[in-house]
Design a binder for this molecule. Sequence first.
Ligand code: SF4
Ligand code: FE
Length: 485
Amino acid sequence: MKTPQDYLASLRTMKRRVYMHGKQINDIVDNPIIRPSTNSVAMTYYLAQLDEYQDLATAKSHLNGNMINRFTHIQQNKEDLLKKVQLLRLMGQKTASCFQRCAGLDALNTLYSVTYDIDRVHNTNYHSNFVKFLNYVQEEDLVCDAAMTDPKGNRSLSPLQQVDPDLYLRIVEQNEEGIIVRGAKAHQTGAINSHEIIVVPTASLNSEAKAYAVAFAVPADTIGVSFIYGRQPSDLRRLVDNWDVGNRKFGGHEALVIFENVFVPWERVFMCGETDFTRVLVERFAGYHRASYGGCKTGVGDVLIGTAAKIAHHSGVDNSSHIQDKLVEMVHLNETLFSCGIASSTFGNRLNAGNYIVDTLLANVCKLNVTRFPFEISRLAQEICGGLLVTLPAAEDFKSPLTGEILYKYFQAANEEDTEEKIKAIRLLEYLTIGPGAACYLTESVHGAGSPQAQKIMIRRLANFPEKINICQYIYKDNNLPWEE
Ligand code: SF4
Ligand code: FE
């Protein structure tokens, strides 16, 4: 398994094409805007090195029995599903951000079963292609980006109806050596910190859209692949002063990943035209990833609750009954999210390929709650903090000989020597609920792993309304009870 240092060194050896703020970035590892997100991924390597986290952060590969990082593991039972959610909560607590490595893990688990199922029906050999790739990912301890979401253009139109056919990633050519693909994938979490890009279709496709039914993996520095870094709120604060950043060390990122006639050899292709399996692929990936949010977001929620409690303490109101009530409400909401992630894992099922998947209905309920509860938790935290969250002068003003003394006087904490602690906690709350952290904790909670409407469609499909109607009828029908006959 790689150490964090090995991971950073491995990124330095990859020469990928990255653009940010109008410029090409050559050194991604030491870039001050990107580095916090790289640190978050590095934490996945660090925890796997520590004795106390061996059980959660590592696993035994089912391919060869070697110990591997759990972020590359194919889940073999319900316990593996549970440990993943627990690991993600721990990671959220350690980074207070999106640590980016789980979407790739969820794509690995999805493709493991879907390639197996495609081969049974179509007599293809995608599963052996995939297992070879998986073995490489586990042995090299790699980070994979799960590239699913296409730009989609006019969303009322299908891929084939778009004015520009590249608005969904597609196969433009196919020959004896492999395929050539063109298109883009948007909102790619951690793409610039990844070694491999795993591409899968974004939606269930009809049989005419064969060119769009494509899954494959390419190294992130493959010719023709480029990245444009996504803007985050207050991202330039990282260039100015440490105090004002809130979470200086960690962060997340998203990027647009562009594929300009990229060649993929056949051994890296995991689906090529099998539109009949696009729906199950999308649903399994969504199930895994929607349950993941019951882990990562609760870990970040733990940090947020601790931050609100600390601010209350430094304001001298921690024993007030209404503050206590708000903090308890935040915990209740946060643990409800965790419960959904745990429940969907506990009710997991074995697939034909032998690996396990979460209960899809409960995973969708989990994610639908995630689209809502972090907002209420954030609202309560902001209420506890008060207006200083958006009116506190900058760190430079606190450090300035012109204004520092007066600011320390008027913004002093309940216990005067805690003033800096109070300011830092307020800045962390700003980071999490307004700044770059809000991109992960709030907006990504709405749209990551599919927007709320996608979960509602799945919940409707899986709810089994006829059965509910039957059990309703049983109650009101005037039949004798079995023990009364
Ligand atoms: Fe992992 Fe959560 Fe980020 Fe998705 S949002 S990649 S589950 S940390
Ligand atoms: Fe996400």
